[in-house]
Design a protein around this ligand. Structure first.
Ligand SMILES: [Zn+2]
Length: 734
């Protein structure tokens, strides 16, 4: 590890050696020599020896240097270290670079075989069929010359031997499907790199992809080749397409020409399929991200005037963000075509560490800076993909992380204010159990992410699983209402029977549906009956119902069972068939009703009365079918048995209720305000001797708290004394 201009550290398992060289250059030489030795010591030449068994693999496929110990595992070429460095710059969508000596895990028997069958000889017969001597490179070539040559060779396909079917997508795909069932790897190579789509439809329902066809025919090497190239190969143009960028003109007649013209405006990524001259050195790094833009967009009136279709609306679109703060908006003729393009573009720029993200059905994918976990000092680069309501993260060189379930977000706050378009303050997404700060590189791209995350974190529809959820899979809306009634309404007479104010119920439900996370129900501000009715209305209008349309009738039918044990057994079985969210919600609700009936002496709502109210609500019936009420009555009466509630859980709930009741009694007798809690405060250091327990009321300020503590400890404030008060949240980072 380099320490400063002349010093470096060598870390061994036992100790760290610090060295200092006489000059900067000398230090660099030492560091490089040591790194070389470490690499040698860790390497293993078994794979290299086997690959080199084939004559042509003993010289770099690109520059001809002897004993090349690197390889591109999708192109099946063996290359020298210097060429490998330039290969990496082309991006993993074009070439996947691995070491023959160090990346031992990747070298399966099939892959080694593939290098015997394809290798430098067959690969160059295709890729380097027409290299003008003036453009070829040799071992002494500079890195600039190498880069120029490799871009032309592999990205632009300038020297390749064109397949006779080039340009005819359907024929190419058909030929690929035929080739993969034979042992002709050279043919597969030529087809794949002349535009055949590796994921094209075979028309065979049993083997829908070329990979499946190869497997069926027992062509293991074809399979291996296809697998390593699943992220390369052609983009399908069968659906045609057109492209519109902001301010562009939409004219249906010229869709195709415009399409090509605009595609070429994106540096690098399409040039293999649309050969054109690109500024050299502009690589896939320039792409920040792509996203599906689900809302579609309408062309502006000015554009509409020139369009025969009137106010044409484009439904299938996607966006591409690049580093120069430009946004490209593409329109396609079908949702499938839009998705296909989205994936193809993503493949061309996503870092190899994030390759697994490409397998997701993502709406948005790209590169962002983020801080999280224990490392809050420095923002790191990570790859993010948003798929449905989950945010997946891949970080170079670290373990796979669990995706963040955005509907379970505890809090989501965003900060704005970009300075000159670069960097800017972070957006903060606070999640249950962990906090994540996300920073964008460019404003447009970042705003896109923020909106997409906000949308994914909200409820998506009117079924249970589409709601914002708590950590235990209960809709936040349900949790908020139950919590409020438990705190304020257990003893309220006629709770759940009395109807609240219709307009208030409607607006509260709407607010909770929009974003339950931001709604705080407060005593005095919200009436108990309004909240109770909101909960009932939510269940009554719920898409597919709490018991689901499929299993609802079975629950009703179970009430007819005469044997009590048998009936309980049937309820338990049916409970097991419910989706997780429905099951968790049903348990939470019945638990709540169980508590409500414990107070029937005061609230007049015993199990039977609650069942009359909730039966038709939960089964979404008109109330004529008495069986609905019976189910709810049975569930409450046998709550402990049906839901497998153990003594410990029961005791905890009772304690909670006792605490709430005590608090309320105290509140009504005027000795204590609701909202008081006991807090432990430490003075200057966290020690038992410095501990003070203090009752904090809802209105107490930090200043008052500080003075009270100082007062208790008999500390006199002097003129230049400044005391402050911090809240320490032990489970979080700050
Ligand atoms: Zn080379």
């Amino acid at each position: 590890k380099e320490v400063d201009r002349r010093g470096f550290d060598l870390t061994t398992p036992y100790r760290i050696f610090s060295f200092s060289a006489d000059s900067e250059q000398e230090k660099e030489e030492w560091v490089e020599a040591m790194q070389q030795c470490i690499a040698e010591a860790l390497s293993n030449s078994e794979v290299a020896e086997r690959i080199w068994a084939v004559e042509s693999n003993r010289f770099c496929a690109d520059c001809g240097s002897p004993k090349p110990d690197w390889a591109s595992i999708n192109l099946c070429v063996v290359i020298c270290k210097r060429c490998a460095g330039e290969h990496r710059g082309l991006g993993p969508g074009i070439t996947k670079v691995r070491s023959l000596k160090m990346d031992r895990k990747v070298w399966t028997e099939e892959l080694i075989q593939l290098f015997h069958h394809i290798g430098n000889a067959v690969a160059n017969r295709f890729w380097a069929a027409n290299v003008p001597p003036s453009e070829a490179i040799a071992p002494p070539s500079s890195s600039q010359e190498r880069r120029r040559f490799l871009i032309a060779k592999y990205r632009e396909g300038k020297y390749r031997r064109y397949h006779p079917l080039f340009g005819n997508q359907e024929e190419l795909d058909r030929a690929l499907c035929a080739a993969v069932t034979t042992s002709d790897l050279a043919e597969t190579q030529a087809l794949l790199f002349c535009g055949a789509a590796v994921t094209c439809a075979t028309g065979d329902p049993q083997c829908p992809t070329p990979l499946a066809l190869a497997e069926k025919s027992g062509q293991r090497l074809q399979m291996e080749f296809l697998l390593h190239n699943k992220t390369s190969g052609g983009c399908s143009l069968r659906d045609g397409g057109f492209l519109l960028c902001p301010g562009g003109k939409l004219t249906p007649g010229s869709r195709h020409s415009q399409f090509y013209r605009q595609l070429r405006a994106i540096p690098g990524c399409f040039s293999r399929y649309f050969p054109a001259r690109w500024p050299h050195g502009v690589g896939p790094r320039a792409l920040l991200g792509v996203s599906c833009f689900n809302h579609g967009f309408a062309s502006s009136p000015r554009q509409a005037a020139s369009s025969p279709a009137g106010d044409e609306r484009i439904e299938n679109t996607f966006e591409v963000y690049i580093e120069s703060e430009r946004l490209y908006l593409f329109g396609l003729e079908s949702p499938d075509a839009a998705r296909e393009w989205l994936k193809s573009i993503a493949k061309s720029f996503v870092h190899p560490c994030a390759e697994e993200l490409l397998a997701l059905d993502f709406q948005r994918i790209g590169r962002l800076h983020y801080k999280g976990g224990l490392n809050l000092e420095r923002a790191e680069e990570g790859w993010f993909a948003l798929a449905s309501s989950a945010l997946h993260v891949c970080v170079p060189g670290s373990e796979r992380q669990e995706p963040l379930q955005l509907r379970k977000l505890q809090e989501l706050s965003m900060q704005w204010g970009f300075r000159g378009g670069r960097g800017g303050p972070p957006a903060e997404a606070r999640l249950v159990g962990r906090t994540l700060y996300i920073q964008g590189e460019r404003k447009l791209d970042f705003l896109g992410w923020v909106q997409a995350i906000q949308k994914a974190a909200g409820s998506a529809g009117d079924t249970l699983s589409e709601q914002q959820l708590t950590e235990s899979d209960i809709p936040l809306l349900v949790d908020r209402c139950i919590d409020y009634i438990t705190q304020c309404g257990l003893t309220s007479e006629g709770i759940y029977r009395k109807s609240g104010q219709n307009s208030k119920t409607t607006s509260l439900l709407e607010m909770l549906r929009r974003d339950a996370r931001s709604v705080r129900l407060k005593e005095g501000e919200h009436q108990v009956d309004d909240v109770a009715n909101t909960l009932k209305r939510f269940f009554r209008d719920l898409g597919d119902g709490l018991f689901t349309g499929r299993w609802g009738p079975d629950w009703l039918w179970a009430t007819a069972l005469e044997d009590e044990e048998e009936k309980i057994g049937e309820y338990r079985r049916l409970l097991g068939t419910l989706p997780t969210v429905n099951r968790a919600t049903l348990k939470a609700l019945i638990n709540h009703l169980f508590r409500v009936q414990l107070f029937s002496g005061e609230n007049q709502m015993n199990t039977h009365n609650l069942a009359i109210v909730f039966g038709p609500t939960l089964f979404q019936t008109d109330g004529k079918d008495y069986k609905a009420g019976r189910v709810v009555e049975d569930l409450i009466s046998h709550y402990v048995k049906i839901f497998n509630v153990n003594d410990q859980e029961m005791k905890k709930q009772q304690d909670e209720i006792m605490a709430i009741m005590k608090m309320r009694e105290a509140a009504s007798s005027g000795t204590q305000q609701a909202g008081d809690f006991i807090c432990t405060v430490y003075l200057e250091e966290k020690k038992t001797e410095a501990e003070q327990h203090i009752k904090v009321s809802a209105t107490m300020t930090a200043e008052e708290l500080t003075f009270e503590i100082l007062d208790r400890r008999k500390i006199v404030m002097k003129e230049k004394d400044y005391w402050s008060c911090f809240e320490v949240n032990e489970r979080e980072e700050a």
